[in-house]
Design a protein around this ligand. Structure first.
Ligand SMILES: *Cc1c(COP(=O)(O)O)cnc(C)c1O
Length: 404
């Protein structure tokens, strides 16, 4: 299989599953059933008597609608679908991808604990650890995402309760050796949390040893730059009860319309992402051949330092990667290039159908010396545009840059 087929293969394999997940039951012989469950907007649900209400109330772990704040029927449908895609047992939907990161950290840490977070994590996760987690008495150490087994042993303390991971890393695309990290963390009794937003659908986090998988459903599953929501998935009953209780206590949920939109988005996730992954790989290869470009940070490229881990742990690739320009260009030149692109929107997020660009250099924080690329760097999110149009746009930008 060519490398370009490899980036799409995992997405294509998902399609038959995605068209069937959480569809309505058609067992009623007297009525036809709509293909899609209707949107179910309800705060209050009525029960025939107190005993019936109390019976349902005891089933809070079973994705049963009880009261709107504990989730709608659409949210429960989406939870069942994400649990299957992730290969876990249960999923809690929350209000955003960031809420999924912060809720999971709150669930699996307590005052006096220590937490390891990779230096390459999503920026707002770092801000949460540095402010609120710290205020609640949890200390964080940022670690090199590609550290050795010995180095990880050295960082773990008796009170380390969580080893947070994110692979590839936000903006800098370091790949983490999750089975090694899980092995070491579990020896010390720590839980492994993974921000699996890039790998949603193309990796099996629990088979790699992860305990808690977190996703911004805003990205691939919703996929149309309209809904914001997140998911936390676990693989056993005690973790599920702990997560579900905390989500109810925190009032974490997503509205039924957003859950419905995300279930709709899931039907085409495999098709969209297979196409986006192929286009991204083609654009990345083209950029790699340009003399203005020092490095393309895409884990499916054979010369990426994390390529072997990507090949081992992923069945496909995401549509997101970074481009490091030759160090002879300065940040202002890179900003001119970014501002001049016409096929790439300037805006936050990724995974939707439209292509986006954002600078990495300048806004992205790292604790480790030398962790950021040397040349000015920007991140591309590839949408459903034609590869030739995107390449043409980048070609014009690089030519202007070269002349400047
Ligand atoms: C976007 C993103 C999030 C946050 O998701 P939102 O739904 O935008 O809050 C978390 N982690 C990663 C890796 C992301 O890219």
């Amino acid at each position: 299989m060519s490398e370009e087929d490899r980036v799409a293969a995992g997405w294509e394999r998902l399609n038959s599953l995605l068209v069937r997940l959480s569809r309505p039951d058609v067992s009623d012989p007297d009525h036809g059933t709509p293909v899609n469950a209707p949107v179910s907007r309800a705060s209050t649900l009525l029960f025939p008597d107190l005993a019936a209400m109390s019976r349902v109330g005891r089933r809070r772990y079973e994705h049963e609608p009880i009261y709107g704040a504990m989730g709608s029927a659409n949210q429960h449908d989406l939870e069942r679908a994400i649990a299957i895609i992730e290969g876990g047992t249960d999923t809690q939907i929350v209000s955003s991808g960031l809420a999924a990161c912060t809720t999971a950290l709150l669930v699996w840490t307590a005052a006096g604990d220590h937490c390891l977070i990779p230096d390459s994590c999503y920026g707002p996760t770092r801000r949460f650890a540095d402010t609120m987690l710290k205020r609640f008495g949890v200390e964080t150490t940022y670690y090199d995402p590609v550290l050795s087994e010995e180095a990880l042993h050295g960082l773990i303390r008796p009170n380390t309760s969580v080893v947070f991971t994110e692979s590839p890393g936000s903006h800098t695309f370091e790949m983490q050796d999750l089975p090694m990290i899980a092995h070491v963390a579990h020896e010390h009794g720590a839980k492994v949390l993974l921000d699996n937003t890039w790998g949603c659908g193309i990796t099996a986090p629990f088979a790699l040893g992860v305990d808690v998988s977190i996703q911004a459903l805003t990205k691939y599953p919703a996929g149309h730059s309209d809904a914001i929501l997140g998911a936390i998935t676990v693989a056993n009953e005690p973790d599920w009860h702990r997560l579900r209780d905390a989500a109810i206590q925190l009032g974490q949920l997503a509205g039924p319309d957003d859950c419905w939109l995300t279930l709709r988005g899931l039907r085409t996730m495999g098709v969209r992402l297979a196409r986006q992954a192929r286009t991204a790989y083609r654009v990345a290869q083209w950029l790699q051949g340009r003399e203005e470009v020092a490095r393309v940070l895409h884990p499916a490229m054979p010369d990426h330092p994390g390529h072997a881990i990507w090949s081992r742990d992923f069945t496909g690739a995401g549509p997101l990667f970074s481009v490091e320009l030759n160090a002879r260009f300065d940040r202002a030149a890179m900003e001119r290039l970014v501002n001049g692109l016409t096929r790439f929107g300037i805006g936050a997020s990724w995974g939707g159908y439209e292509s986006l660009v954002l600078p990495t250099t300048g806004g992205v924080v790292r604790s480790r010396e030398g962790a950021l690329p040397v040349g000015p760097t920007f991140r591309l999110a590839i949408g459903l545009d034609d590869a030739a149009d995107l390449i043409g746009d980048l070609e014009r930008g690089l030519e202007v840059l070269g002349r400047g």
